[in-house]
Design a protein around this ligand. Structure first.
Ligand code: NCD
Length: 306
């Protein structure tokens, strides 16, 4: 793999992505205990520095690093106790002095992971920076799609919800478009900025129109922590218009899959019955594939140094 840092999807070439996917497939089987031979990297040190709350992403990175045999240290810093700018640079210099091989960073400010990568010697992996990007989430989403759909091009993928504030949406748009898929964005106009249309993407304010004929429906949470003021009228009205229920799902292809990066708000963006329907929902599979995908990315970044 060419990339030293993974801050955004565009840091990766198609070849890099193929390499990550084939190693992730191997780790996926290994994690299911279907491969006898184990592969461990030489000792490496990974620091997960999370300035923003996280459950699954932090656990996934921690598990991935430990399964590879790394020394993994979590540092969780409450957003309230940290100031932007110089404090972040100070933190970067402190972490750099601990000589890690990898820093996995989550921060509420877009651009924070990039700033850190300019100040440290080791590889930096962006685990979500503000509304900007969350590249490993998009990679695990795409690998899940590939598993279920048995292809990765020519699919219609509808991303629905709070697109404007979503780093998951931005990374997915970049990745899915790289592989010639048709991406449709669905949401209320105040959560779907005009810039997406200007980028040439299809946008829909009526969910029924956006999900029609889709192969994949990706639901997103309302990111209240990034909203200033009232963006939605009421949860009930939001669910009626943009929540995924059986009636709206019936408009997609009959074998359409439903995805969600979590955390999920049942009854707000998705009906709990759909989320639990294992014929449709691949939400648990996303989590499982996520560990293998992160093992592959960590492995390739660590190996690259050698
Ligand atoms: C997402 C995130 O933090 O960006 N979750 C995740 O990483 N699994 C989406 C969200 O917070 O809604």
């Amino acid at each position: 793999m060419q990339a030293k840092h993974i801050i955004q999807i565009d840091d990766l070439s198609r070849n890099d992505i193929e390499e990550i996917f084939s190693l992730a497939e191997y780790y996926l089987q290994l994690n299911k205990n279907e491969v006898v031979q184990k592969y461990r990297l030489d000792s490496f040190t990974q620091i997960n520095v999370f300035f923003e709350n996280s459950t699954r992403t932090l656990a996934s990175f921690e598990l991935a690093g430990k399964k590879l045999g790394g020394i993994v240290q979590d540092i969780q810093i409450a957003t309230s106790s940290i100031q932007k700018g110089e404090t972040l640079i100070d933190t970067a210099l402190t972490l750099n002095a601990m000589r890690p091989d990898l820093l996995v960073v989550r921060h509420s400010s877009s651009g924070a992971a990039n700033l850190l990568s300019e100040k440290v010697k080791c590889s930096v992996l962006n685990a979500g920076d503000g509304s900007h990007e969350h590249p490993t989430q998009a990679l695990l989403d795409f690998l899940t799609i590939k598993h279920r759909k048995k292809k990765k091009e020519g699919l219609i993928i509808a991303i629905c919800g709070d697109i404007s504030h979503s780093r998951v949406a931005r990374s997915n748009i970049a990745l899915l478009s790289k592989f010639n898929n048709q991406v449709r964005l669905i949401g209320p106009s105040n959560l779907l900025s005009a810039s997406f249309r200007e980028m040439g993407l299809e946008t829909y304010n009526r969910m029924e129109d956006g999900v029609r004929g889709a192969d994949v429906i990706m639901m997103l949470r309302l990111q209240k922590e990034r909203m200033k003021g009232g963006f939605i009228p009421s949860r009930r009205e939001y669910f009626n218009r943009f929540g995924l229920d059986n009636q709206k799902l019936s408009l997609a292809k009959s074998d359409a899959i439903v995805m969600h990066p979590g955390p999920m708000n049942r009854g707000v963006e998705i009906d709990g019955i759909i989320a639990d329907d294992l014929n449709r929902s691949v939400i648990q599979e996303q989590v499982e594939i996520g560990v293998a995908l992160r093992m592959a990315v960590l492995h390739l970044l660590v190996d690259r140094k050698g």
